[in-house]
Design a protein around this ligand. Structure first.
Ligand code: PMP
Ligand code: GLN
Length: 384
């Protein structure tokens, strides 16, 4: 007698779970799902052990460990010269995903439209669907994946309530420059539209470029929710600890929903991250160089291969074009081929599009890997 139609009927298992499982099954090198294969900093691990021994094992404050919120505020102050009130404007969440999800549930109602740039991170559209909103997908086209602002202007309607931005961008590794933000501001500043800005790769930015946070623009200061992730910054994706930052008005709306989605983040992880950030400010200062050298090792290796690419400007992902290798295979088939024949696993880009552009022949590799793993990966790819 049970009758429960799926709320997400089109949805299979995420591509990240699929590809990591494929790598395991074939004992192949896993450059698909984004996570480091090297250890987290020893001092951070020690702080976690200490925090659990010291008894930080019960619920944290729902809004997060205040000292950690203060660390986040300090980073915004140093980088963007903006003052965030850690009490009313920052919440620590168990990962960025729940921050994105709760933001969408808090602000989107049935029939509201949300603009999403494709290729887009896989959690955005389902969260909009569960809020009974409508995702309006605007494609970013290879090779540069720039926003077509004319098209954005055309797609904004009376029903548009949110635009989801992701910079540095997963999966393409591109970043938004100041002009992109100015274009966005011009289109929305007199409208009832918020920006949900996924900035989880904010500290991974290369070639001397800089990250512009949505909150750093006065015009967006009161109409943006920024989502961040300590997992990416401190090599601990499994700790699932992130943050949300927004004006008191938006933060209040966010917390009203978030408190029932998760209540609070993991206490000892928050304490450990706080102590580590207080004692090791150099970690973040050196992070771009740390990852830039990994990117450089990877792309130097790729130069010996038949893959074409534009170097990633940020994130720990490099996209490659395999048009010159197997144009007959679509990207999912190409991933299968690489996994089976060459024992290396990537992520197909088409899965991040609502409508795949014709002849898209691109894959994403994660270069958050040891020197040894990257050397091995480059050897494999040079042979493909
Ligand atoms: N947004 C983007 C663009 C991501 O790549 C990720 C990585 N998982 C997330 C959000 C989610 O981060 P978290 O693991 O902290 O939930
Ligand atoms: N963000 C990670 C990626 O893009 C994966 C996170 C997940 O597995 N959901 O690879």
């Amino acid at each position: 007698m049970l009758n429960f139609p799926s709320k997400l009927p089109q949805q299979g298992i995420t591509i990240f779970s699929q590809m990591s499982a494929l790598a395991q099954q074939l004992n192949a090198l896993n450059l698909s799902q984004g996570f480091p294969d090297f250890p987290a900093p020893t001092a951070l691990i020690e702080h976690l052990a200490e925090a659990t021994r010291a008894g930080f094992n019960q619920y944290a404050a729902g809004d997060g460990w205040l000292a950690l919120r203060e660390q986040v505020a300090q980073l915004f102050q140093q980088r963007d010269g903006i003052t965030l009130d850690p009490i009313h404007e920052i919440t620590i969440t168990p990962g960025a995903t729940i921050g994105l999800y709760a933001s969408i549930q808090a602000l989107i109602r049935a029939g509201d439209e949300v603009i999403i740039f494709d290729p887009s991170y896989d959690s955005y559209a389902p969260a909009v669907q569960l809020a009974e909103g409508k995702s309006i997908h605007i494609p970013l086209l290879a090779p540069d994946f720039k926003v077509d602002w004319q098209r954005v202007a055309e797609q904004i309607s009376e029903r548009t309530r949110m635009i989801i931005v992701n910079t540095p961008h997963n999966p393409t590794g591109t970043i938004w420059g100041k002009q992109d933000w100015l274009n966005l501001i011009a289109l929305i500043q007199d409208k009832n539209i918020v920006v949900l800005s996924d900035e989880v790769y904010e500290h991974l930015i290369f070639d001397g470029q800089r990250h512009y946070s949505a909150l750093s623009f006065p015009e967006l200061r009161d109409r943006s929710i920024v989502v961040g992730s300590f997992g990416k910054t401190f090599h601990v994706t499994g700790w699932k600890t992130g943050y949300c930052a927004a004006s008191p008005m938006l933060m209040k709306l966010f917390r009203q929903v978030y408190q029932f989605a998760n209540f609070c983040g993991v206490t000892p992880c928050q304490v450990a991250l706080t102590h580590y950030m207080q004692q090791h400010p150099e970690h973040i200062q050196q992070l771009s160089n740390f990852y830039q050298s990994k990117r450089d090792q990877f792309i130097t290796g790729l130069q010996q291969s038949a893959f074409r690419f534009t170097p990633a400007q940020g994130t720990y992902f490099q996209t490659v074009d395999y048009q010159d290798i197997r144009p007959d295979l679509n990207d999912i088939e190409m991933c299968q081929f690489l996994a089976e024949q060459h024992k290396i696993v990537a992520i197909p880009i088409s899965v991040f599009y609502q409508q795949t552009p014709q002849n898209l022949r691109m894959l994403r590799f994660c270069f958050a890997k040891t020197e040894q793993t990257l050397t091995h990966a480059c050897e494999i790819l040079a042979d493909v």
